[in-house]
Design a protein around this ligand. Structure first.
Ligand code: HEM
Ligand SMILES: [Cu+2]
Length: 596
């Protein structure tokens, strides 16, 4: 971005990955680091580990749903020739696995299933997807994209990492002690009365409570960094759109998270002190809990999707070599989404509220579609007549446009009162939120990891292997979750380990789809491990990007830049700027300045 190569003549300072000799010294260096890049990398490996744990629970859930639970009595002749009736139960696949491991003897198949989907949901939401992009890629790239040496509060950043680890440990302890069967929403009065003799529920609820602080501190750090640490010449409308997305996300993290914090604290209070807040048996109101819970948990879905939208803007512009269409509209739509997201939580509890309130929340929910559609149209307009490069990160961005649009559009029948009444708590809802959370955030996260991998680790990855992984993820994802729309419209309720026979085929297809999905992620894992150990050295700017991270070396040096960069043009001026560290012949400027 600066005409002055912010890295000219200073290649002796080692990369942020270099360090003192000796394993212990290295571990201590990382354990006490205040470098945003190292903290970002630690978050990346931690959230992917939680994704793996949540994914394995999902595989257990899907495996169980291969067969319905059936009990039949058969009459057999015993040795003495007497008729005996024996009861045979089939379809208890999780129970068979657990008893093979010598666990869960006293639990029924449904009880094991309830713990499996609760573990899946709670780990995926609180320990994976909420911190996923902001804490990993956000931490690594926000300061660099602004031209800064680090975030505003580096030590606070390290603290937010340790709070995250602490919160995850609470969750894992709850799982190791046998798990929780309340659902990830911890609805009362079941969550304040079940399991009375155990601490499992309290541990999992406290895990979510603690993790909230890590989220708030990360958000706080990003807001101050964006306001205070932009490089000279970088005005608000010179910032990459990824920064606008992370900025809007941070505002939600700081404002909404305290609400879930106090709600979960009140839940634990009611459980331990037996003071009626949510439990009607003690004079409490369970629907009050649902309002408090969703007042946070709806805005938090935008903490999940806004950073993903930021990644998509970066990938589409760089890999179609075109100025993003409607920069300001996309920037403001991020703030618009953040604002409206606080007004729609009631659509999660239409079936538990009065008509007027339901009509209001329904109307407000349709509002969210407007800023979201602005982004999708502007992204497609950016692709129009672009010089599109087909590689893994671009394919993930294109996949996002497809899967996230299905996610968004299938939300409309849930925002409509008449249809939501029938679809609420069915597999249609499960399919819908997987299309937005997985089809949105996880797919964009995969695109972002492939886009910035060379910069983060200084290594290229095998594009063919990555494309195979991407194709398996695309097929597996849609087979797993598209079938669930049909299951839901035909009446299959969520959170049931058993079902009527006519649902078996669709459940089996969905489960086979999840195995293809798993295979896709395993292919990616192999490709990345091979890249780390044997990958080709990455150039500073493999894709010809114009944002500041492509000015840095791959991987970046400790303080990112040798000189403070000076911003002289916009982040997407592909029609007039030759990308840094790139051969103009390889990245020619478009004729007539890119105007079509
Ligand atoms: C890896 C592939 C995945 C598969 C195969 C999968 C499968 C499922 C299934 C079948 C259910 C419904 C269980 C039921 O209601 O009986 C479910 C629930 C859920 N999933 Fe996933 N899922 C996957 C990934 C994700 C991801 C990436 C997220 C979010 C980040 C997520 C979040 C949830 C949540 C929050 C629930 C609700 C749990 C509850 O009812 O308490 N899932 N998942
Ligand atoms: Cu919602």
């Amino acid at each position: 971005m600066s005409t002055l190569d912010a890295n000219a003549g200073h290649h002796d300072e080692g990369s942020y990955l270099s360090g003192p000799p000796g394993m212990m010294a290295r571990i201590w260096q990382w354990a006490t680091t205040v470098d945003h890049k190292k903290i970002g990398v630690m978050y990346l490996f931690a959230v992917l580990t939680m994704f793996f744990i949540g994914g394995m629970a999902a595989m257990a859930v899907r495996y169980d749903l291969l067969d319905p639970i059936r009990t039949q009595t058969v009459e057999t002749l015993n040795a003495a020739g007497d008729l005996e009736t024996t009861t045979i139960t089939t379809g208890e696949s999780l129970k068979e696995i657990m008893s093979g491991l010598g666990m869960g003897k006293d639990l029924t198949e449904s009880q094991i299933y309830n713990r499996a989907f609760t573990l899946h949901g709670a780990v995926m939401v609180f320990m994976f997807i909420v911190p996923s992009i902001p804490a990993s890629l956000g931490n690594f790239f926000l300061p660099i994209m602004l031209g800064a040496k680090d975030v505003a509060f580096p030590r606070l950043n390290l603290l937010s990492w340790y709070i995250y680890v602490f919160g995850c440990l609470f969750g894992i302890m709850s799982i190791l002690l046998g798990g929780v069967d309340t659902g990830w929403t911890f609805y009362t009065p079941y969550s304040t009365s079940t399991d009375a003799d155990h601490w499992r529920v309290v541990l999992m609820v406290m895990a979510a409570f603690i993790l909230g602080f890590s989220s708030i501190l990360t958000g706080l750090n990003f807001v101050v960094t964006v306001h205070k640490l932009r490089a000279p010449g970088m005005g608000w409308f010179d910032m990459p759109l990824m920064i606008w997305a992370l900025y809007a996300t941070s505002i939600i993290q700081v404002l909404a998270t305290p609400v879930i914090g106090i709600t979960l604290l009140l839940l634990v209070f009611e459980r331990i002190m037996h003071i009626g807040i949510f439990d009607p048996a003690m004079g409490g109101d369970p629907v009050l809990y649902q309002h408090f819970f969703w007042f946070y948990s709806h805005p938090v879905v935008y903490v999940m999707i806004l950073p993903a939208m930021g990644i998509i803007s970066e990938i589409l512009a760089v890999h179609s070599r075109k100025h993003i269409f409607g920069y300001r509209a996309i920037a403001f739509s991020s703030l618009g989404i953040a604002g409206v997201s606080f007004l729609v939580w009631g659509h999660h509890i239409f079936t538990a509220m009065g008509e007027l309130a339901a009509i209001l929340f329904s109307g407000l929910t349709f509002l969210v579609a407007i800023p979201t559609a602005i982004k999708v149209f502007n992204w497609i307009a950016t692709l129009y007549k672009g010089s599109i490069v087909i590689n893994t990160s671009m394919c993930y961005a294109l996949m996002f446009l497809f899967t996230f649009s299905i996610g968004g559009l299938t939300g409309l029948p849930l925002a409509t009162l008449a249809t939501d009444l029938h679809l609420h708590d069915s597999y249609y809802v499960v399919a819908h939120f997987h299309y937005v959370m997985m089809g949105g955030t996880v797919i964009a996260f995969m695109g972002g990891i492939h886009h910035w991998w060379p910069k983060m680790f200084g290594k290229m990855f095998n594009e063919k292997g990555a494309m195979l992984g991407m194709a398996l993820v695309f097929i597996g994802f849609n087979v797993t979750f598209f079938t669930q729309f049909f299951l839901g419209t035909q009446g299959m309720p969520r959170r049931y380990a058993n079902y009527v026979d006519e649902f078996q085929t669709l459940h089996q297809i969905s489960t086979y789809g999840s195995w293809i999905l798993l295979a896709g992620f395993l292919v990616h894992l192999v490709v990345f491990v091979v890249s780390l150990y044997a990958g080709k050295k990455a150039p500073a700017n493999p894709w010809g990007g114009l944002t500041l991270e492509w000015e840095c070396e791959s991987p970046p040096i400790e303080h990112n830049f040798h000189h403070e960069p000076i911003v002289k043009h916009g982040p997407y001026d592909f029609e007039s700027v030759v990308p840094p560290h790139c051969d103009p012949k390889e990245f020619p400027l478009p004729e007539n300045g890119g105007h079509h």
